[in-house]
Design a protein around this ligand. Structure first.
Ligand SMILES: [Zn+2]
Length: 84
């Protein structure tokens, strides 16, 4: 009985370590949000003429937009350069 409990205890840390490793692999390489480039993004509003969601960084004033509905925050050009 205690053997089964020990086995269960052993499985969890292994799974977690594996998950964490995958997490780092996936998001570490593909992440477009390096910590030093992190901007304070604030949603500005929808541009009525072209379905654009505008965002501004309250720290450095950078502005960019993404397509409403299917645009991704990671597409904002802020993240190509560091915040002030
Ligand atoms: Zn910024």
């Amino acid at each position: 009985m205690s053997y089964e409990a020990g086995k269960g205890d052993k499985q969890r840390p292994t799974d977690q370590a594996s998950y964490a490793s995958n997490f780092d692999t996936i998001f570490g390489k593909k992440s477009k949000f390096p910590v030093q480039y992190k901007h304070e993004i604030k949603y500005q509003g929808l541009s009525s003429h072209n379905n654009e969601d505008w965002y501004v960084c309250v720290n450095c004033g950078a502005k960019d937009w993404i397509a409403t509905g299917y645009g991704l925050m990671s597409q904002l050009s802020f993240y190509d350069k560091p915040c002030k």
